[in-house]
Design a protein around this ligand. Structure first.
Ligand SMILES: Cc1cc2nc3c(=O)[nH]c(=O)nc-3n(C[C@H](O)[C@H](O)[C@H](O)COP(=O)(O)OP(=O)(O)OC[C@H]3O[C@@H](n4cnc5c(N)ncnc54)[C@H](O)[C@@H]3O)c2cc1C
Length: 158
């Protein structure tokens, strides 16, 4: 299901999906309700559609949308990328206007000593598994260096 009538992805991935006989597409459609219960699980979804796409937006503009109930056994919901960083808003960690954590260039250092950021949450551009893992490795090394720079503290005698 996609809220427009075309996909925004690499051509090769689009072709694979469109040519996969196990996948059928519902264009210009959005999920509005999941039906089922805790015991039997998901059994249906309600979707709305509009020929110009973005049906929830069209509905909010007063346009008529079509509603359909589909029998399904599960839902995998992929709705874009919003960094889950709102809990950092009142801290010294700097976020950009979209909520991505800002780090010092070439490092994983944030605005707070001893706090490091890695992965998609600190990267609005690449967002790949390998880049996330790479910055994860950088964060581990930055954390180690930060700990080594701390003055030695004697362990308390138990
Ligand atoms: C549909 C899709 C297809 C993709 N395909 C590819 C691909 O083909 N190749 C590729 O390289 N990359 C791909 N990616 C991107 C890749 O998955 C990401 O770049 C990578 O997973 C980022 O890793 P991460 O550890 O930064 O974040 P995530 O993998 O998103 O991990 C973040 C984790 O933090 C958890 N979390 C969030 N908030 C909190 C909180 N407040 N407290 C505790 N835990 C929290 C989340 O539940 C999650 O487990 C794809 C992504 C998507 C969505």
């Amino acid at each position: 299901m996609h809220r427009r009538d075309s996909l925004r992805a690499s051509e090769i991935m689009i072709d694979r999906a469109l040519n996969n006989e196990k996948i059928s597409f519902k264009w210009n459609s959005e999920l509005v309700e999941i039906h089922g219960d805790q015991e039997t699980g998901v059994d249906a979804v309600s979707i709305i559609s509009h020929p110009d796409g973005h049906p929830t937006k069209r509905e909010s503009e007063g346009k008529t949308v079509e509603t359909e109930r589909l029998t399904v056994q599960g839902v995998f919901y992929g709705i874009g990328h919003i960094p889950n960083t709102s809990f950092l808003e009142d801290t010294e960690i700097v976020l950009d206007e979209e909520g991505y954590i800002q780090t010092d260039p070439g490092t994983t250092h944030t605005g707070i000593d001893g706090v490091f950021a890695a992965g998609d949450v600190a990267d609005s551009v690449y967002q790949q598994a390998i880049t996330a893992a790479g910055t994860g490795s950088m964060a581990a090394l930055d954390a180690e260096a930060s700990l080594e720079a701390q003055p030695e503290v004697e362990a308390p005698i138990q």
